[in-house]
Design a protein. Sequence first.
Length: 139
Amino acid sequence: MKSFRTELAFELEKRQEFINITAHVEAAVEESGIIEGLCLVNAMHITSSVFIENDEPGLHEDYSNWLSHLAPHQPEQPYQYSRPGEDNADAHLKRQVMGREVVVAITNGMLDFGTWEQIFYGEFDESRSKRVLIKIIGD
């Protein structure tokens, strides 16, 4: 069995943003040379997420609105986490809803997706440098 590891790095412009990273993950699978195996894609920040969904802007807007309703970003809100001076409790809660990582099967050297599936990075706290881990194992 072979193992391959790489990271994506990028800068985000908004506090809450969804980025389609599918092409980057596909490139990593190709670079790995693995034909049959598994690909883990993991957000490397506690206020971010990796998830699989349809690449449709209206759906992304719905997610953004829904998450903002579930956990509004209002630093003056009575989040317990805000007591020591933190102002991103909402981002931690949003991450729990959207998930930390995805695992996708690799078949015949390609990500084995269902119809319309794409991989997204979701950020819920501040624009700054971000990283995503890609770990691929197989033969």
